[in-house]
Design a protein around this ligand. Sequence first.
Ligand code: NAD
Length: 338
Amino acid sequence: GYASNAFTATLFPGDGVGPDIANAVKSIFAAAGVPVTWDEQVVAKEVDPRTNSFVTRENLDSVLRHKVGLKGPMTTPIGKGFRSLNLTLRKELELFANVRPCLSLPGYKTRYDNVDLVTVRENTEGEYSGLEHEVVPGVVESLKVITRKASSRVAEFAFKYAKDNNRNKITAVHKANIMKKADGLFLECCREVREKYPEIQYEEVIVDNCCMQLVRDPGQFDVMVMPNLYGDIISDLSAGLIGGLGLTPSANIGENGLCLAEAVHGTAPDIAGKDLANPTALAMSGIMMLRHKGLSKEADNIQQAILKVIADGKYRTKDLGGEATTSDFTKAVIGSLQ
Ligand code: NAD
C-alpha cells in the first residue's frame, strides 16, 4: 500500500517560471497518488555566512535529511565573493554524477525520432578541478584531475542505473588515445566495474567520433558515461537532438543514495508568471526522482500521461508550437492519468 511507500522530498520551487511549473508538478503528482510530502525550501536573499552562498544551511540540511529533492530553476545572482547556487549544492551535497535522459517525444517532430539515451557525467573533477595558475607570464596551466575513486564511483553508478532501468549497453566516452594516463585510468575503472555486469554490453568511443556518431545516428546509443568536460558538452548536444533544453530532465546523484532532480532550463523570465511555461522538464525530473525511489508504477503512469498529451497535440504549450497555458496542459495530463 501507499503508506509504506510514503516519503518526504525537498522542493525548491525556484524563481521565474519555477513556482508555476512546481505547482503543476505538485498537482500532477497528487492526482497520480504519489505518496509524497513536499518540504518546500526557498534560498535566501542574502548570503548565508555558513555556506558562503544564497543557499542556506537549512536548505542543504533538508536535502541531506530527505535524500531526495526536486529543484526548479533559480536566478543566478550576479556579484563577487560568494559561491554560485549550483556549485554550493554540488560541493556541499557531494553530487558526483549528473544524469540526463534524452527521449524523442512521440508525435513532436524534431530532426530525429529515435533518441532514447542517457548521459552520465562525472561531476566533481576532471577538467573542472578549478586548479589553474599562471606559471610565468603568458603561460597558464590548468590541471585535469582524474582519480580512481571518482571514476569508479561514477562507473558503478552508470552500470547500476543501466541495470535498474532495463538498459542494455554502456558506452564509455574518452580521449585516451591522447590523454593516455588520465582518460586511460577512467577507462580502466569502467572496465573493472564492467566485470560485475556481464549482462550489460560495453563499448568505448573516442569523444570526437562520439559527436559524429550522435549526430549521424543517435539511436545507436543507450547509457553513456564520461568525465566532466565531455559530459558537459555531450549532454547538451543530446538535449539538442530531441528539441532543446526545455524538455530535458536531469538528476544529480550524491553519496548514500542522495538524488536531487532538476529541469535543465533556466527561469524563463520572459514568460514568468504568465501561465505559459511548459512543466514537462520539471515533471520528467520528478519522474526520475520517483524511479530513484523505486516508485516505477507512479513514474510510468505520469510519464505515459505527459507523452500522450504531447502526442495528441491538442494541449501543447507555446514552446512546442501550441496555444495551451500551463494550467490547460496540467489539466490534460491529469485527465490522461490511468
Ligand atoms: P532560460 O532557459 O531561462 O530561457 C531560454 C528560453 O527558453 C526562453 O525563451 C524561455 O522562455 C524558454 N524556456 C525556458 N524554460 C521554459 C519552459 N519551461 N517552458 C517554456 N519555455 C521555456 O535561459 P536564460 O534566459 O539564459 O536564463 C534565465 C535565468 O535562468 C538566468 O538567471 C540564468 O542564470 C538562470 N538559469 C538557471 C538554471 C538553473 O537554475 N539550473 C539553468 C539555466 C539558467
